[in-house]
Design a protein around this ligand. Structure first.
Ligand code: NAP
Ligand code: MG
Length: 401
């Protein structure tokens, strides 16, 4: 067969450790034999980030703004131990944080469902996608311990430092704690647009939960901004597709999610998204089956796996031992990016190829061939699961493809 042509390149962000190993194999075994792959390559592996003073991360994000679609491998976020291990010049920031800041995007995480792996909540038949606001709340907060007898105030000043308002937070009789959090209208507006665009792209209803009854200004602002954007920019498009937007209290959303069959975009404030995305991921099975995409409000997309670089497996692989690392979420990063490229470029063959690769991957697992993490979760009548090594799993998918 003639290879499928690409019009515009995608941004390719290479990464670290075991996922870097899988990355090369996925391209070699599942993509390059079929697609005349065009990428603009950026090496976000830790040695190259260190060598370029992390410029390479910024350049890759800028390239994503220009080309519109990126695929990213998992990368190490350095801590003290990594600084030692890689002899780093400094403790570089999280590449995902840098990319998110430059693209001003929202992260959506969705589980990849296969027959034979049943979610812990048996009613969940379709993916529950979580859209997490990536700015503000406790993640950009200030806090302090307070001694008995002291008082804490919330003071707002104008640009010259003159007091505009002052509210007593609390007069402390005994020792205690206090915290100041903030958010930005602009960030919430972007968040709302990213969520509504994602819902339109994926044909999902949108549920936003917050606590506006208690937090009458802060949480209420989220409710108001989403309502305004929905009415002015999205209601007509949603109705045309037969989907809807709903705001309700966060505790009510949790109850509804448990009773639902999935198939919704659950929009979360930063903290709720942090907590709930781990709960949802666990309930669907394995970290290796969770895909992730960063969507900017002006429609730029960066696809990746939700998991990290799977360090423990890498150390084994480096010693020449066999590993059985799940590559599904990383394959989904590639198929997501290729399908989106095809859609934006008007090259349906490319999108069709991406969908076929996804189907071949799902059918491989459903017919009993999978990586070790899935073996204890898999139950399907008449199918005995077989554990494959990392590379053999990819070769099995290629056979099916
Ligand atoms: P991790 O790489 O996600 O791995 C944690 C554990 O989960 C693994 O040891 C493995 O369990 C299991 N696991 C995760 N993905 C798997 C897969 N594809 N197949 C099979 N098992 C899988 O998280 P981590 O160990 O906390 O972090 C490692 C490095 O990744 C860190 O340097 C961190 O900074 C980075 N990280 C990057 C990203 C990103 O780039 N988006 C996200 C998170 C973490 P077993 O060992 O029990 O088999
Ligand atoms: Mg979390």
């Amino acid at each position: 067969m003639a290879k499928i042509a690409m019009k515009t390149p995608i941004v390719e962000m290479d990464g670290d450790e075991m996922t870097r190993v899988l990355w090369k194999w996925i391209k070699e075994i599942l993509i390059e034999p079929y697609v005349d792959l065009k990428t603009e390559y950026y090496d976000l592996g830790l040695p190259e980030r260190d060598a370029t003073d992390d410029k390479v991360t910024e350049l890759s994000a800028e390239a994503t703004k220009r080309l519109g679609v990126a695929v990213k491998c998992a990368t190490i976020t350095p801590n003290a131990q990594r600084v030692e291990e890689y002899k780093l010049k400094k403790m570089w920031k999280s590449p995902n944080g840098t990319i998110r800041r430059i693209l001003d995007g929202t992260v959506f995480r969705a589980p990849i469902l296969v027959k034979g792996i049943t979610p812990y909540v048996p009613g969940w038949k379709k993916p529950i996608v979580i859209g997490r606001h990536a700015y503000g709340d406790i993640y950009n907060s200030v806090e302090s311990r307070v001694q008995g007898g002291q008082s804490a105030y919330l003071v707002v000043c104008d640009k010259d430092g003159k007091e505009v308002s002052r509210q007593l937070v609390h007069s402390f009789k005994g020792d205690g704690i206090v915290q100041g959090v903030h958010n930005l209208d602009a960030s919430i507006f972007s968040f709302a647009r990213s969520c509504f665009n994602f819902a339109l792209d994926n044909n999902l209803p949108v549920w936003l939960g917050a606590k506006d009854t208690i937090s009458k200004i802060y949480d209420h602002r989220f409710k108001d901004i989403f309502a305004e954007i929905y009415e002015n920019e999205y209601r007509a498009k949603f109705e045309e597709k037969g989907i809807y937007y709903m705001y309700t209290l966060i505790d009510d959303v949790v109850a509804r999610i448990m009773r639902s069959e999935g198939g919704v975009l659950w929009v979360c404030k930063n903290y709720d998204g942090d907590v709930m995305s781990d709960m949802v991921a666990t309930a669907y099975g394995s970290l290796g089956m969770m895909s992730s995409v960063l969507v900017s409000p002006d429609g730029k997309y960066e696809y990746e796996a939700a998991h990290g670089t799977v360090t423990r497996h890498y150390y084994k692989w480096r010693e020449g031992q066999e590993t059985s690392t799940n590559s599904v979420a990383t394959i989904w990063a590639w198929t997501g990016a290729l399908a989106k490229r095809g859609e934006l470029d008007g090259t349906p063959e490319l999108t069709a190829f991406a969908k076929k690769l996804e189907r071949a991957t799902i059918e491989t697992i459903e017919s009993g061939y999978m990586t070790g993490d899935l073996i204890p979760l898999f139950k399907r009548e008449g199918v005995t699961p077989v554990k494959l090594e990392s590379r053999a799993f990819l070769e099995k998918i290629a056979e099916k493809l």
